[in-house]
Write a protein that binds this ligand. Sequence first.
Ligand SMILES: Nc1ncnc2c1ncn2[C@@H]1O[C@H](COP(=O)(O)OP(=O)(O)O)[C@@H](O)[C@H]1O
Ligand SMILES: CC(=O)N[C@@H](CCC(=O)OP(=O)(O)O)C(=O)O
Length: 267
Amino acid sequence: MKPLYVIKIGGNVIDNSENLYHFLKDFTALDGYKILVHGGGKIATQISEQLGIEAKLVDGRRITDIETLRVVTMVYAGLINKNIVAQLQRFGTNAIGLTGADGNFIKAVKRPVKTIDYGFVGDLNNSSVNANNISNLMEAGFTPVFCALTHDGDGQMLNTNADTIASALAVALAKHYDTTLIYCFEKKGVLKDINDEDSLIREINPLRYEELKKEHIIHSGMLPKLDNAFTAIACGVKAVVIGKSDELGKLGNNEPFGTRLSKSNIS
Ligand SMILES: Nc1ncnc2c1ncn2[C@@H]1O[C@H](COP(=O)(O)OP(=O)(O)O)[C@@H](O)[C@H]1O
Ligand SMILES: CC(=O)N[C@@H](CCC(=O)OP(=O)(O)O)C(=O)O
């Protein structure tokens, strides 16, 4: 099978124009099929507040009422996605910016109301991603750039966490390609001490993950990221790496990069 990289960047990278420039240049230099997934939660929060719409997040997930859905649609599919696509074009990557509604590539189910009503938030399942059509797009020479939006197939856009979209894309495409999932953010990877960039943990398996959670070494946004990452490994994705956006070039040079997840019990 041919190699494919599914790479996700979060809000802290997008928000810093120098980091974003560096990352997109290294992304372009990486050989093989590539899909970029971007978040932008931080920017959506800033713009919501400028518009007088209070941003509400529970366990890192945005409560998306109709006003918030309008904001995230403008910010994720418009402002951020088109800016990234234009920059990739400058570097020579023939990027095509997408939401899950475009080409019916990613269909989600509106999250059912339990104790919390998340509003227009979409959950993914194992038939959400149309891997054949995404593959056709890549084989035609385009590099898909997905934002954090999906649709329900019934005319409704839904807000879906970008880490989850990246994991679902990697799992669905692992049947067609030798797939590596990479989460890029502002730190070197999973750290033993969040304030010490030299405390990088090179490899984590599920057992070690449980220990690190109990010791509160891993917390907040890193928890859903690792949950998505271990799901991907369990579902056939060849490798998952969590690393710093401006070190992506190391991957192409076969240098050690970030924290690698493994199924095995050797850590
Ligand atoms: N052990 C850890 N190592 C690195 N980051 C951690 C750790 N535990 C928690 N974090 C937090 O997780 C955050 C990354 O998650 P998140 O903000 O969701 O990422 P993204 O920028 O991709 O959206 C980091 O900014 C950091 O604050
Ligand atoms: C439902 C939900 O929470 N969606 C996320 C989508 C953006 C995202 O995932 O952005 P980062 O990767 O930058 O955090 C949100 O609106 O914040």
